[in-house]
Design a protein around this ligand. Structure first.
Ligand code: SF4
Length: 431
């Protein structure tokens, strides 16, 4: 039997990467993780396609089973793949965030839906598939430490990539931000520290990115993990929440273990917007102090902002580039508020009749897909593009880079490259 696994990408989202796509893109951790769950000896051939850098060819091979993982903005592409592969006699399986949020919708397009994490569900499905008794839905969130497998990265790409390898220690987050789809998919369930360390050692890379949505969320676990990372002498970055900037013991431990950058969802400079979004940290007046504290530990900060909350006004959003300057961030990113299916934000907007479309391909954080309160959706889109453009003038790129705590370190070039990369990512979002 032959198996094909696809990490599906929306055509528009992958286009901007152009011909350097396969070199620069991150190898799909999703595909590597799913590959590691496939029992050995069942399939005579397993192919993988990461649509971020590879094209799907329906006729290259005849597959018995095609498994697709995708997010909301890629769902229409995924369903089209399902229809084509079904026509060619394959059994199709959908999983990932969107299929988890809307399993009945996915089930209308494929034969089986994996709801939630794959660790237990995929091996169970394969067992049933081989017996000829696959079920329509598989759902099991009760993952324990022994269910985690090391992602099979070597099976996903033989090509040398420039991107820094990614690792996950804990996929979950115990916060409840209204727009976040993380909780639909994962519970906080940290992997054993030894297993994370073994995985990093095997990568043979001196730089690692932790994809954890909230690396410091379980404080004692984070301290234990960071203690174990010290002897590896790696440099790493991950996501954090704003309160990290008040915990000097945690920041010191992070620096000593090699942390040189954190990405924080600051989201808004309006405390009412933060309250409305159910953020745990709701005091934007403290952001400048927090960023200074983190910088005092020689850790850089990439701050992310969301535009379109109910309390956002045009004036406030247009002032963002200038206000962000004052915070002293090393990088900044912007997104239009997107009510993903499965989130509280989505339920709220749907109940209130505020969703403008269910064309999921537009749920990509670059378009208003709901009716904002203080401006039209078109105006929100214009402001979003303007904020990106103004925040990434050459003057601002250089000022941010050369006032960073990294300015006296050799890795200032990484920061400069990242700022220039965001400048062009911003240009892409304006189109
Ligand atoms: S802190 Fe981040 S990962 Fe956690 S719920 Fe909020 S947005 Fe999601």
């Amino acid at each position: 039997m032959k198996l094909l696994m696809i990490h599906v990408w929306n055509e528009k989202e992958r286009a901007y990467r152009g011909r350097f796509s396969s070199l620069l893109s991150y190898p799909s951790l999703t595909l590597a993780a799913i590959y590691s769950l496939i029992p050995q000896g069942v399939f005579s051939k397993i192919d993988v396609i990461d649509e971020n850098s590879q094209k799907v060819n329906y006729d290259k091979e005849k597959y018995d089973l095609v498994m697709l993982s995708f997010e909301t903005s890629s769902s229409a592409t995924a369903y089209r793949h399902c229809a084509e592969f079904k026509k060619r006699g394959a059994y199709t399986v959908c999983g990932g965030y969107h299929a988890t949020a809307l399993p009945d919708e996915a089930a209308a397009h494929c034969d089986t839906v994996i709801i939630g994490p794959a660790e237990i569900s995929i091996p169970s499905f394969i067992k049933d598939f081989v017996k000829g008794t696959p079920q329509k839905f598989y759902k099991n969130y009760d993952i324990c430490a022994t269910d985690f497998t090391i992602p099979a990265r070597d099976k996903i790409t033989k090509r040398k990539k420039l991107a820094i390898p990614a690792v996950v220690a804990d996929r979950g987050c115990n916060n409840c931000c209204k727009y976040c789809s993380m909780r639909t998919m994962w519970k906080s369930n940290p992997r054993p520290v030894e297993s994370v360390v073994e995985e990093i050692k095997a990568l043979k890379s001196k730089q690692v990115i932790f994809y954890d949505p909230n690396f410091f969320g379980k404080r004692e676990y984070a301290l234990e993990l960071m203690q174990a990372l010290k002897p590896l002498k790696i440099l790493w970055a991950s996501n954090a929440t704003a309160d990290f900037g008040y915990d000097h013991e945690l920041m010191q431990a992070a620096y000593e273990s090699g942390c040189r950058g954190v990405l924080i969802g600051l989201e808004s400079l309006n405390s009412q917007s933060l309250t409305g979004a159910a953020k745990r940290f709701r005091t934007p007046d403290k952001y400048e102090e927090i960023i200074k504290n983190i910088h005092s530990h020689n850790i850089s900060v990439n701050g992310c902002f969301v535009l379109g909350f109910d309390h956002d006004t045009e004036e406030e959003l247009l002032a963002l580039p200038e206000r962000v300057d004052k915070l002293g961030l090393d990088m900044c990113r912007f997104a239009v508020l997107t009510p993903y299916p499965g989130t509280k934000q989505y339920e709220e907007y749907e109940r209130a009749g505020r969703l403008l479309t269910k064309d999921w391909s537009r749920y990509n954080q670059n378009n208003a897909v709901f009716r904002p309160t203080n401006m039209t959706p078109e105006r929100l889109n214009e402001i979003y593009r303007q904020v990106w453009k103004e925040s990434y003038t050459w003057k601002r790129v250089l000022r941010r880079t050369f006032s960073s705590p990294w300015r006296k370190k050799p890795y200032i070039f990484i920061l400069l490259g990242a700022n220039i990369g965001f400048k062009f990512l911003g240009i892409d979002k304006r189109n």
